[in-house]
Design a protein around this ligand. Sequence first.
Ligand SMILES: Cc1cc2nc3c(=O)[nH]c(=O)nc-3n(C[C@H](O)[C@H](O)[C@H](O)COP(=O)(O)OP(=O)(O)OC[C@H]3O[C@@H](n4cnc5c(N)ncnc54)[C@H](O)[C@@H]3O)c2cc1C
Length: 614
Amino acid sequence: MGLFTSRKTVFVDSDILVIGGGFGGCGAAYESRYWGRDKKIVIVEKANIERSGAVAQGLYAINCYMGMQWGENQPEDHVRYARNDLMGLVREDLGYDIARHVDATVHMFEEWGLPIMKDEETGRYKREGKWQIMIHGESYKPIIAEAACKAATKVYNRIMVTHLLMDETRPNRVAGAVGFSVRDGNFYVFRSKAVIVTAGGASHIFKPHSVGEGMGRTWYAPWSSASAYALPIQVGAKMTQMENRIVLTRFKDGYGPVGAYFLHLKTYTENAYGDDYEATWYDSIKQLVGDYVDHQPVPTCLRNHAFLEEIKAGRGPIRMVTKEAFKDPHKETVGWENFLGMTIGQAVVWASQNIDPKETNPELIMSEPYVMGSHATCSGAWASGPEDYAPSDYQWGYNRMMTVDGLFGAGDTIGGTAHKFSSGSFTEGRIAGKAAVRYVNDLGSDQPRVDETELDGLKTMVYQPMENYAIGRNEIVAGTVSPSYLLPLHGLQRLEKIMDEYVGGTSTNYLTNEPMLTRGLELLTMLKEDLPHLGADSLHELMRAWELQHRVLTSECVTQHTLFREETRWPGYYYRADHPRLDDTDWHCFTLSRYDAESGEWAMEKAPVHHIID
Ligand SMILES: Cc1cc2nc3c(=O)[nH]c(=O)nc-3n(C[C@H](O)[C@H](O)[C@H](O)COP(=O)(O)OP(=O)(O)OC[C@H]3O[C@@H](n4cnc5c(N)ncnc54)[C@H](O)[C@@H]3O)c2cc1C
């Protein structure tokens, strides 16, 4: 037994364990309670649920609302929209399932106190765009978290989940999870009949634009550390579309959102010489992707592509023309409030760089890539679809259950379903929660059991970085570089460099090819060999160590998927230089992977894309 494995072990039993108290997790807890009045529902959250996850700072718009009560849109319309934006490849059954329920979710948010802006003339919710409604959303997360806290039997804050537990009696069935408290250092064993993973997306996989003291400045939440993918990957759940990383056009340096500017303020972009550049690239994009360029709205990745090409042609920077819109005092207020409600840092960056958008058209930039399943991208776990709607080969049990029995997911965790955003993630959590209750009811006396000997091994492994540090620290007198251990920050920088240089990050203009990916995998393998030597000087650093472990495994999955898909399906998100065109003949399909933790091998396969909606 090592120095740190003498820590107390706390056992928590539940019917349903929700990992991550963000939007998907809050929805999962809420709905589990609705259908499972007698159930023990536990949420475990790495931060504090009141201000955790991607919506921690608040939002200015709910990006997924149909408006069916006013006949504004139907669920089928949303599926068509998401399919178009993802260049044809979405799980239409899952997307439809969210779209048909999402309005009810938003109406509940309003009942719980979320102020939604109204159109004074029509009384309807004020629209920012076809799918977005505007909110006063600084307190969006606390409002939603309150409902989840009331629904849950107990919320465990400040506990980082590191591994899922599997049933000792039946292979491929989940039995709970383990983690440690970032506050008191106790080891937690959550034994549960069903587990819903809702641990958010992945930032800091690729090297961000801002490094050093600015490294926390990323578009997606810096604390979204890929647990949503690594936890299911570790236990052999199939993943899908992990190559489909997202790259976003945002205001430079602060990553301030551009949606409200385009849609509500009607601002537009121009190159450094004041010219509209998108039309310049029409013919070359058509050569790459064919008719997809003629679809409306133009898919996000293709607009990115035009932006990138214009910069490569030497006519950057690209700017957002704000000077005209900001002459209107109402629009000026909206422009600033948009940041103050969710990305206050952008306002601070502009102030520090002497940018008044009334006087100066601010620069835009394309972000580094992120991996997530709820925005204009759809990486994540391969999940069973709704019983009444999914084609038979998309159904193997309960709605939103992964390919591991009893393991469910929602939000960024689930793949193939782009454009769900905050409201759709909560809705998908509700769908998963309802299905998980049914799964638990159906289990009857056939309950999962945890292997006690496995727990001892996991406990030793979880605290190993602290032990490595305590011992190795004596070998050096000063500084951070040791012959015996690797600090989490150093490991993270090594990971980001590999992903950036070999898997299509900013430094190669999002470009990669088979030899680069193969070399990237070799380097990732070497990094993995070093991870048992991570050193952590505190519980906080122990969390960083496990975040890195999750990021590395997820990165390996991203690289394997990118290697497998031999085409460039989403130019503007990344390029396979050796397969530069979209290839609908061979690649109008989903990519699936399965990791074998014993051998460290990945099995890749294709799955059909079923078009259910015309
Ligand atoms: C910058 C930005 C702007 C956005 N703008 C909009 C917008 O305008 N409108 C809109 O509708 N949506 C918007 N979204 C999207 C929305 O925030 C996401 O779709 C939604 O939050 C996804 O929900 P989730 O539950 O998957 O992840 P999250 O809400 O991020 O929740 C994940 C939770 O898991 C926890 N967690 C992570 N790892 C672990 C672990 N190992 N153990 C325990 N807990 C863990 C995290 O702390 C977090 O609380 C935006 C997102 C970002 C980042």
